[in-house]
Design a protein around this ligand. Structure first.
Ligand SMILES: *[C@@H]1O[C@H](CO)[C@@H](O)[C@H](O)[C@H]1NC(C)=O
Ligand SMILES: *[C@@H]1O[C@H](CO)[C@@H](O)[C@H](O)[C@H]1NC(C)=O
Length: 495
């Protein structure tokens, strides 16, 4: 009681002095005590932990992305974060999909428990889009269109964790609705968030193909942001626990249950006392596991931004599950073989993000009874998907030839800039080129995202929009637009 009175007295003394902190003080009495007694506690006990989790896909063949996000939520929840501080973006078409063998349940590993229960449905369906993601991160309620209106209403002492998983392409990340997320826009939003002074530090994990390109040459090291990505700027990232792999999902699942990089950090965070594990140690463990060096190629996990932040404990962002108190992480363990083997079940060939849908259709096809309508339907889906890929590959090749000649075309289109340089100088040109292509040749879809580098190179070569439009018209003159019988919708996505 005496302590309480003293705290109150101090409160009145403190408010006029620390005007910046006053919002924080008034909002939350428990934080007042923390603040006042903060002199003998470390930084981590001050401020709130926030998290934004985004699955950028929809569709049962993309089961794994929403499974990753649900799993991440469970870790943060067990770690002690409150629902009011965890904002979840997921299309939410998996748990009750007609294809889900366990209705109402989502698993993220072959023997895993349900990870769907309790997940807040903040932004679902078409509310999972770039605009809402940016508005949520900036704490801008008026910028939202739909959803729970939960936003990152953070203060200067707060820590923010952002995790995104889906398909991507050079400089782009997918969203199940609306436009792609472009790397420059994301970095601008992060700069804006920093200038608002509404966080102490921010950690960003991204799983997607070419995810390094989201930060390569773009993320400043002066924003108190530390990021890791599943792959470098020019390679695929991989699904895991896929049909036909070891370990494989339960036999009734014909889809991948997780992604390689995501599973690596999620299963590491599941196990350990996160008060004793640093971001750097997790980066090292995840890098080794994602590289999949056992025999098949994986991807190269990268780190960007303020690398010094990686000496902080994961606890600062994820909290920790009290049940893991005795599972400490030491540098010796990070580098020791036994833990390494323990963390690395021997995967067989991982499935590239871009081929996971094909694997899904292939397994569905194999399982369907001979001569059944279902088998015919799956066969058609598979063939439509392959035809769509061929159309995209061929049209991009032709555009390169029309613009740069058949000799130089492939060279210009496939050129990769040296590390440290962003994909493109003029991002609005890249957006225009994507739109120009789509106007004449149809949707890029998820598969076509791998060609954003070619379009970026077209911009870097200072090709004008008019020339690009002419080349696209020629390349796609004979295109048969997908009719109503196609199993691809008008955006080139599979039903
Ligand atoms: C919030 O979003 C609205 C609508 O997009 C925009 O006009 C406004 O400038 C945004 N405010 C902030 C602080 O970002
Ligand atoms: C950790 O180990 C101590 C000492 O063996 C034990 O008393 C405690 O219950 C353990 N904590 C957990 C969460 O297992």
């Amino acid at each position: 009681m005496i302590r309480y009175v003293v705290s109150l007295l101090l409160l009145f003394v403190v408010i006029p002095i620390f005007s910046v902190e006053s919002r924080l003080l008034i909002e939350s009495p428990s934080k007042v005590t923390e603040f006042i007694h903060g002199s003998n506690s470390n930084d981590e006990s001050v401020g709130t932990r926030w998290a934004v989790l985004i699955a950028g896909s929809s569709g049962y063949d993309n089961y794994r992305h929403q499974a990753d996000v649900c799993h991440a939520y469970q870790i943060l929840k067990k770690g002690g974060l409150k629902d009011e501080n965890i904002i979840v973006f997921m299309y939410d078409d998996i748990a009750y999909s007609e294809y889900n063998p366990r209705p109402g349940v989502i698993i993220n590993s072959p023997h895993g428990n349900d990870v769907y229960g309790g997940v807040p449905k903040d932004y679902t369906g078409n509310d999972v889009n770039v605009n809402n993601f940016f508005a949520v991160l900036l704490g801008n309620i008026t910028g939202l269109t739909g959803g729970s209106e939960k936003v990152v209403n953070s203060g200067p002492n707060d820590h923010i964790f952002v995790y995104y998983t889906d398909h991507g392409g050079p400089g782009t990340l997918g969203m199940p609705s609306g436009e792609y997320l472009y790397a420059n826009d994301l970095n601008d939003v992060l700069k804006k968030k920093h200038s608002l002074g509404t966080y102490k530090s921010l950690v960003f994990y991204i799983e997607a193909c070419e995810s390094g390109s989201i930060f390569e040459g773009l993320l400043s090291n002066e924003l108190n942001i530390y990021a890791t990505t599943a792959s470098n700027a020019e390679e695929s990232s991989y699904g895991t626990y896929c049909p036909g792999q070891y370990p494989s999902p339960p036999p009734e699942y014909d889809t991948c249950l997780g992604d390689l990089y995501s599973i690596a950090w999620l299963e590491d965070s599941d196990l350990h006392d996160l008060k004793t594990e640093t971001l750097k140690q997790q980066y090292q463990l995840v890098k080794r596991r994602t590289l999949n060096e056992n025999s098949y190629p994986g991807s190269h996990v990268m780190q960007y931004g303020d690398i010094e932040l990686s000496s902080e404990n994961l606890f600062t962002y994820m909290g920790t599950n009290p049940a893991n108190d005795n599972y400490t992480t030491t540098s010796a363990k990070v580098n020791s073989l036994p833990l390494y083997n323990f963390l690395l079940p021997s995967f067989s060939r991982p499935v590239s993000q871009r081929d996971a849908d094909i694997v899904h259709f292939w397994h569905k096809f194999q399982r369907a009874p001979e001569g059944s309508p279902e088998k015919l339907k799956v066969q058609k889906q598979y063939l439509d998907a392959m035809a769509h890929r061929k159309h995209i590959d061929r049209s991009m090749q032709l555009i390169g030839q029309h613009l740069f000649g058949s000799e130089k075309g492939p060279e210009v289109m496939n050129y990769v800039r040296p590390a440290g340089r962003p994909l493109v100088d003029d991002w609005s040109c890249l957006k225009t080129m994507v739109k120009t292509y789509e106007m004449h040749c149809g949707s890029f879809s998820r598969y076509g995202m791998k060609y954003t580098r070619s379009l970026a190179n077209i911009c870097n070569a200072r090709v004008q929009t008019k020339e690009m439009a002419e080349a696209s018209t020629k390349a796609c003159a004979n295109r048969v637009s997908p009719g109503s019988s196609s199993s691809l919708d008008q955006n080139g996505f599979m039903y």
